[in-house]
Design a protein around this ligand. Structure first.
Ligand SMILES: NC(=O)c1ccc[n+]([C@@H]2O[C@H](COP(=O)([O-])OP(=O)(O)OC[C@H]3O[C@@H](n4cnc5c(N)ncnc54)[C@H](OP(=O)(O)O)[C@@H]3O)[C@@H](O)[C@H]2O)c1
Length: 320
């Protein structure tokens, strides 16, 4: 089969579109013909930083497709079903194999492209807001990286939960594209002081919850933007600023900082049901992921370069 692989970490140009061995399907696993790949923020970081010691590596967390084989111990899925999948790697390929528990049947009305965006992008947003962020109706939430995949999912889910939603992005044009998704107020951090703006919007109280997929120095601003007993949920480091942060701003306001990693929850029935529920929401039309651009898998390097240019709003999809 064909796959976009890298042999050494680096920029998007490290991708090679090559013939690789087909993955084999273990007894508790499912094999799919991949129809759509959601390029996750974590995929871009993996290509840049996860060194595989010169070995050929297929990056990628999520892909949707059609079941082509089920393992001997898998009794509740059959060949031909449309599914979406999650795995630690291997999405940027014509075929992939995942554990049964990381595979969900797609409702008929959910496309492969939309379905591919559910497990990591929307699942992480849901866990960050509710399981770990404990968001309640009537609260205020600040979503950093609001125009990214996780950010857009957070905006929609938080609004539907009855929160007032603020989000950051690097331009007014990017913020404008979030208005219809549930954003109450956008903050363009290139022209506005983030913390001052949050304090103005919240009558100097600060927000109840911050979702932060950007990290580094931005995480310190997230702590400063939270109010008394505010919760800050660290989701990632899209900024690539891996410097240690100062948590001195937590104690004076009895604030709490929590980390979230969806992968550590995936084997639980709770997380599997949560992702199944998000697929139902997508089928009902109450959850939607804007697809900014679609590229052939052979052009994975162009897709990653476009994401790194920070023009994408929502998701970029690869089609094998
Ligand atoms: N913990 C988990 O389980 C989990 C799961 C999913 C994702 N993540 C992590 O969450 C982060 C976001 O993922 P995503 O899929 O939402 O990514 P994405 O779609 O690429 O969005 C990232 C957003 O971050 C903003 N950003 C701010 N500073 C940036 C910088 N210096 N460089 C690049 N982008 C910057 C960009 O918007 P502006 O330019 O408008 O600011 C961009 O839209 C990633 O670090 C990913 O690894 C973690």
């Amino acid at each position: 089969m064909k796959a976009a692989v890298y042999h050494q970490t680096g920029g998007p140009e490290v991708f090679r579109y090559e013939d690789v061995a087909e993955p084999s399907c273990g007894p508790k696993e499912v094999k799919i013909d991949v129809m759509a790949i959601s390029v996750e923020g974590g995929d871009v970081l993996a290509r840049a930083y996860i060194d595989t010691g010169g070995k050929s590596h297929i990056v990628g967390y999520t892909a949707a497709g059609v079941v082509s084989e089920v393992g001997a111990e898998v009794s509740d899925l059959r060949v031909g079903q449309r599914v979406t999948t999650l795995g630690g790697a291997g999405s940027h390929a014509e075929q992939r194999v995942v554990s049964r528990f990381a595979c969900w049947v797609l409702p008929d009305s959910v496309s492969f492209e939309q379905g591919a965006c559910i497990p990591v992008t929307c699942g992480t947003a849901h866990d960050a807001l509710f399981e770990f962020g404990r968001l309640q109706a009537g609260e205020t939430v600040l979503v950093q990286g609001g125009a990214g995949g996780v950010g857009i999912a957070c905006i929609q889910l938080a609004k539907q939960a009855g929160a007032t939603v603020y989000a950051t992005a690097s331009s007014a044009e990017r913020l404008a594209r979030l208005a219809d998704l549930g954003l109450d107020e956008g903050i363009n951090y290139t022209t506005q002081d983030l913390t001052q703006e949050v304090m103005r919007l919240t009558s100097r109280k600060g927000v109840n919850l911050v979702i932060d997929p950007v990290g580094g120095k931005v995480l310190e601003q997230s702590i400063a933007s939270a109010g008394r007993r505010g919760r800050i949920v660290s989701v990632g480091t899209a900024s690539r600023d891996f410097s240690k942060i100062d948590v001195g701003g937590l104690a004076p306001g009895n604030k709490s900082l929590t980390g979230v990693f969806l992968g550590a929850e995936m084997a639980t029935a709770r997380a599997q049901e949560m992702i199944g529920g998000l697929l139902q929401q997508m089928a009902a039309g109450t959850l939607n992921m804007p697809i900014d651009r679609t590229y052939p898998l052979a052009q994975a390097a162009d897709a990653h370069a476009y994401i790194e240019s920070r023009q994408a709003v929502g998701r970029v999809i690869l089609i094998p």
